[in-house]
Design a protein around this ligand. Sequence first.
Ligand code: TMP
Length: 213
Amino acid sequence: MLKGIFISLEGVDGSGKTSLKEELLGHLAVFDPLSLREPGGTPISEKIRNLLLDTSNEDMQARTEAFLYASARCQLVETVIRPALQQGKMVIADRYIDSTLAYQGFGRGLPLDFLEQLNQLSTGGLRPDLTLLLDLDPTEGARRRAQDAPDRLEKAGLLFQNRVRQGYLQIARQEPQRICVIDAHQPLEMVVKNALQEIQQLLTKRGWYHPRA
Ligand code: TMP
């Protein structure tokens, strides 16, 4: 087992992962967490992100999309996440392997076993210690980000986002020991409270001491 602690945040677009991450970074500052986003987090992965989210890439095939997410992730895992965890750091990632299952699997309809294999290959089997899934009705997610110009995935529409949401919930039912579902319809402070409770349990289990807990 790697020495560090790896936490991923998941959810449909507009579910509040980014706000939650900002809050967590403040509450957990004593651990100096490394904050990352996917796709992204390395120069190469950020370039792949631009390709993936570019609304002019309308004809991108679902498998092309899946391979690009996997490539961005591979670069991030090999050059940033694994070294950080080997050094004993706390890593908080905005999206990781479950996004591929939810979006490319349940959203786009690619076979889940193919995507599981792709995740395995691109990460060398590195899985988060804890995944916080912010569960939100995508209609509410769309309302929350109404002012932002939608990227290519956000343009896929509400039906797509609904399949992604249901997919996430199914993945969570299959791995309840890793994935904790948090109701993201609640005010942010409650979401943060729920998230911190889960993280505290993990820290205790791993023997990490939090002076303010
Ligand atoms: P975000 O930074 O706003 O979360 O944008 C990333 C988009 O990429 C989001 O719509 C979810 C999507 N995505 C996938 O479809 N598959 C993946 O594996 C990842 C990491 C993200």
